[in-house]
Design a protein around this ligand. Structure first.
Ligand code: ATP
Length: 301
């Protein structure tokens, strides 16, 4: 496993009597695109604010680049956040907005600004003022601004929210190039798993302030992949039949269900073999759970 650059332990944030984030243990590896997914109010924004140092945790611990407690201050400038509005100057062009931010970092290099604008797909917006930008362009300029100063971790709260399909593709491409070309670790939140699934390499699924699952993209894919679902009175005996058929990729999921993830075309043949062995099969079908239904299933109330 590669280096874990961000880790939280029992991280909690209470507003009044309500725990917006209720003790989460996050782990983010270097170079990944970590998608924090959850419905509205799940606690994503509050989590990102704590990571970015914009909200103080009520309790729990956080470690970034191996620093925790008071020492966190020394690594804060390696984390850059775009949470809520990108805070653009509407009367300025993309480049002028960038120069305004660069000033604070002592950067005067035109090429530096040009390169970052090109990276987010705004290389040719010229004299257009930010107030004339589409929502997607505003988001991408927000991302370019967040990249000034070469952060190692980029934190983005719902950058896809409200964008049209074209805008979504542009943001996705932008994030993929940032991770690939600059080696920046990205933590991004969304309430739409399907959208996140096109960029994220890792996932944290939040529900009511709790991190209910953490997994890699491969693990998620596996959980949502095509499979034969068999409902029978004796899954243990059914597994013996599958063994005899040379089927190895199966799992007994509960006392009446087996899932098979290979030889999907052999569903009728498997059914016949189970019947031959005297098993009662009340259901056998090829299922494919969509990402969205998987997500809704584990975040059901
Ligand atoms: P959304 O996508 O709607 O922003 P979210 O997953 O980002 O959802 P949060 O914004 O973190 O969720 O909010 C989690 C809970 O904490 C919500 O019930 C919200 O009302 C509450 N909350 C968030 N910020 C504050 C605050 N500053 N004061 C009081 N309650 C807050």
């Amino acid at each position: 496993m590669s280096e874990i650059i961000l880790r939280t332990k029992g991280l909690k944030k209470v507003y009044g009597k309500q725990a917006a984030v209720n003790g989460i243990d996050l782990k983010v590896e270097r170079g990944t695109i970590y998608g924090l997914i959850g419905k509205n109010g799940a606690g994503k924004t509050t989590t990102l604010k704590m990571i970015g140092g914009l909200a103080a945790p009520t309790s729990g611990a956080m470690e970034i680049f191996g620093k925790s407690g008071a020492a966190l201050g020394s690594v804060r400038n390696r984390v850059s956040c775009l949470i809520e509005d990108p805070g653009l100057y509407g009367n300025m062009t993309a480049a002028q907005n960038m120069y305004a931010k660069c000033l604070a970092f002592g950067i005067k290099d035109k090429k530096y600004v040009d390169d970052l604008l090109r990276l987010v797909g705004l290389g040719d917006v010229g004299k257009k003022k930010a107030k004339q930008f589409s929502l997607g362009m505003r988001q991408r300029l927000g991302i370019a601004l967040a990249l000034v100063g070469e952060p190692d971790i980029l934190v983005l709260d719902e950058p896809i929210n409200g964008l049209d399909p074209e805008g979504i593709v542009e943001i996705r491409d932008t994030l993929t190039s940032i991770a690939r070309d600059k080696g920046i670790t990205i933590i991004i939140s969304s309430h739409i798993l399907e959208e996140l699934s096109k960029v994220a390499t890792h996932y944290g699924i939040m529900h009511k302030g709790v991190l209910v699952e953490q997994m890699t993209a491969e693990e998620l894919q596996e959980r949502c992949s095509m499979r034969i679902e068999i409902v029978t009175d004796h899954p243990d005996k059914a597994s013996t039949v599958l063994d005899e058929m040379g089927i190895t990729k199966y799992k007994v999921v509960d006392k009446e269900t087996i899932q098979v993830t290979e030889r999907l075309e052999d569903v009728a043949y498997i059914n016949r073999e189970l019947n031959k062995a005297g098993l009662l099969v009340s259901k056998i079908a090829v299922n494919n759970e969509s990402l969205e239904s998987y997500f809704l299933g584990i975040t059901a109330d």
